[in-house]
Design a protein around this ligand. Structure first.
Ligand SMILES: [Zn+2]
Length: 398
């Protein structure tokens, strides 16, 4: 097998696709795909992290296997990508498009080593969704597909096919500010030591996604659509979510409990979406992935602590824990008494206020009504409770 004698130094943190693209440019190939074809491997498969193609390229370009593992994007099925030992879903990491800081690439070209036109390189730390602002230039990263068909992932070839310069992308970058949240996540992604935080218990994507949406919900309300926010606002949301999570589990639970109090409108409208909005949707959609499952469980626990739900209910999955709170309806059902009678007794004893709003939203500990169940039962069943008991008896007889 041939080994390339004309090479450029591979940069620390440079993606394999970028390095191959630069070598192709150095050898005068039209594109990285054409270049890989001459050398007996597939550039597309290299981008996908296919073992055999990565192996051939590493040997040709004389890269150590350990170094390859650091910058490899491994495509696992249609949804998952493994990068640096971290699992991502495809919407949380860029694998075939180019995502970059045009200022960094211009700096590479003006001061880098090697032949001009093949000095600029792509950093792996730019690829996760949580990388939004270049910490060196305080400028937003740009996502682009340079060139047309056949140029996916081929940064240098694509640029040449476009007859463009990196400076052509400057207009798409905005002034921004790299946040402590982003630095923390990039450090985790790069497997560098970080501060000991509660978030460290979660895989990096789940941690990043959670703080994105927590911050967005706090800044814009539960119906926020995170994808529609501009990149600087997304960055501000992530930072706000990070600040809440940095306070530890107690702070996160207090934030979630605040949402429950703010959005609970009564038992008839008590689904997870009505209470947690986008946070419920985004987290539960991925509840089968590591980290998200525990976040969803935590949200469910906060709901059980603050809402009249118990075994038999479904709130972000079936509820199995003991009930901590009742509403008028749930207490009436569970004790097989009439809700109206219960309400009247509770008002009479000053356990709930008689306003319309408080009746719909009344929430109380089961022990609050312990002493009034027997007197209510002694009055005899109400029409509704009698009908229910009859229904249940018929059902068990069938
Ligand atoms: Zn930069």
């Amino acid at each position: 097998m041939s080994i390339l004698h004309l090479t450029v130094p591979r940069q620390l943190e440079e993606t394999l696709g970028s390095y191959c693209s630069r070598l192709a440019a150095l050898h005068g190939a039209y594109s990285a795909r054409e270049f890989s074809g001459y050398l007996g491997f597939s550039f597309t498969e290299l981008l996908r992290g296919s073992d055999i193609h990565v192996e051939i390229f590493s040997r040709i370009a004389s890269i150590e296997e350990a170094d390859v593992r650091e910058v490899l994007i491994q495509i696992l099925g249609t949804t998952l990508r493994n990068v640096r030992g971290h699992m991502f879903t495809r919407d949380h990491i860029v694998s075939t498009k180019s995502k970059f800081c045009p200022h960094c690439l211009l700096d590479d070209e003006s001061s880098g080593i090697g032949r001009r036109g093949s000095r600029a390189y792509m950093r792996i730390s730019w690829l996760p969704r949580f990388s939004r602002v270049c910490p060196i230039h305080q400028s937003t990263l740009v996502t682009a597909i340079p060139g047309g068909l056949g140029m996916y992932g081929d940064a240098i070839g694509g640029l040449r096919a476009d007859n463009a310069e990196w400076s052509d992308y400057l207009y798409r970058a905005e002034l921004g500010q790299a946040t402590p949240a982003q630095s923390y996540l990039i450090d985790r992604f790069m497997n560098r030591p970080t501060e000991e935080l509660w978030l460290n218990k979660f895989p990096v994507q789940a941690a990043a996604h959670f703080i994105d949406i927590v911050g967005a919900v706090e800044r814009h309300g539960i119906e926020v659509s995170f994808e529609k926010l501009d990149v600087l606002e997304q960055s501000a949301c992530a930072q706000r979510g990070f600040e809440i999570a940095a306070g530890g589990q107690g702070s996160v639970k207090a934030f979630l409990a605040g949402l429950v109090k703010g959005y609970y409108r009564g038992r008839s409208n008590m689904g997870a979406h009505a209470i947690f909005g986008e946070l419920a949707d985004e987290m539960s959609y991925r509840a089968n992935l590591p980290g998200y499952d525990r976040i969803v469980k935590l949200m469910q626990r906060v709901a059980i602590e603050n809402l009249p739900i118990g075994p038999g209910d479904n709130f972000l999955g079936p509820v199995r824990q003991r009930r901590q709170l009742h509403s008028l309806t749930s207490a009436a059902e569970e004790n097989e008494i009439g809700a109206h009678t219960l309400r009247n007794f509770m008002i009479e004893r000053g356990l709930i206020a008689s306003t319309k709003c408080s009746l719909a939203r009344a929430v109380f500990h089961p022990s609050a009504i312990r002493d009034i169940i027997a007197p209510i039962k002694a009055l005899g069943l109400t029409g509704a409770a009698r009908a229910k008991r009859l229904r249940n008896a018929r059902r068990s007889a069938n």
